[in-house]
Design a protein around this ligand. Structure first.
Ligand code: SF4
Length: 266
């Protein structure tokens, strides 16, 4: 079961100016890497922060769950590493993405990195989040975020809790706040046969997403079991071990539900 959340720093509450975020020089990281196609537009420098309050049944990175497993690393090291490829990724329309785990578990670090990626390196910035801790994203952090990759894992509230161990409402509240701010958002929805693929569930996510008005893309992500070996290595039971990946037809049908609401679904 998810552990209680560590308290948010007072300056991390939504709406609180957080210039101090720019002074934070470190935190607990899992890793960083380059990726193309899934973490925002173009080629991305992606930094994975440690810690996540959710426990998604199909999580493919359970090794990011615990802060205690993170590697202490100065933000300077991360920015220096991103700087090595900043010219290349900037020139080809890419950028930098702060991911996890759940990056808003360390909002000072996430905000500091987004600020430095954007203003020191001149990169397009993205925040990859479940939205559960959206209240910890300050307005300053969001001002430094060009794109939010927002996971809406289910519309059915009970199913969301079953899938993640947490409530859906904070994610929806964060989505509405981003809409009010006019922040560019890509919604991500994992299609899991037998869990999230009910017609009314997909329709609910699609209708809500379309109502926001600021979502420029929806990624319908086929469930896969590539994370299963990590669960076993951690001594955890991987419950969807017998769940098949959706067929191409099932994925296309799900995308068509989003498209019917005028959304760009890929
Ligand atoms: S929010 Fe992401 S990192 Fe956290 S449990 Fe879910 S899939 Fe894993």
């Amino acid at each position: 079961m998810p552990q209680p959340l560590p308290p948010a720093h007072p300056a991390d509450r939504a709406g609180t100016p957080a210039p101090s975020a720019r002074r934070v020089n470190g935190g607990l990281l899992h890793s960083w890497d380059l990726s193309t196609g899934v973490d925002g537009p173009g080629t991305r420098f992606v930094v994975f922060l440690s810690g996540c309050p959710l426990r998604c049944l199909y999580c493919h990175n359970p090794d990011t769950w615990h802060l205690r497993d993170g590697r202490p690393a100065p933000a300077d090291d991360v920015v220096r590493e991103a700087a090595k490829c900043a010219e290349f990724i900037g020139a080809c329309g890419g950028g930098a993405t702060v991911s996890g785990g759940e990056p808003l578990l360390q909002p000072y670090l996430a905000g500091g990195l987004l600020h430095r990626f954007k203003h020191e390196l001149g990169l397009h910035t993205a925040l990859d989040t479940s939205g559960f801790l959206g209240v910890r994203a300050t307005d300053a952090l969001l001002a430094d975020t060009d794109l939010v990759l927002l996971d809406i894992k289910s519309w059915d509230r009970e199913l969301y809790r079953h899938l993640t161990g947490r409530r859906l409402a904070p994610t929806l509240e964060f989505a509405r706040r981003l809409a009010e701010l006019g922040t560019d958002v890509w919604v991500r929805f994992v299609l899991v046969p037998g869990l999230t693929d009910a017609a009314e569930n997909i329709e609910g996510v699609a209708a809500f997403t379309a109502s926001l008005g600021n979502v420029t893309r929806v990624d319908v992500l086929p469930f896969h079991r590539l994370g299963a070996p990590k669960w076993r290595a951690l001594g955890l039971e991987y419950t969807p071990a017998d769940t098949p990946a959706p067929t191409p037809d099932q994925v296309e049908r799900a995308r068509s539900v989003f498209a019917a609401h005028g959304l760009h679904a890929v």
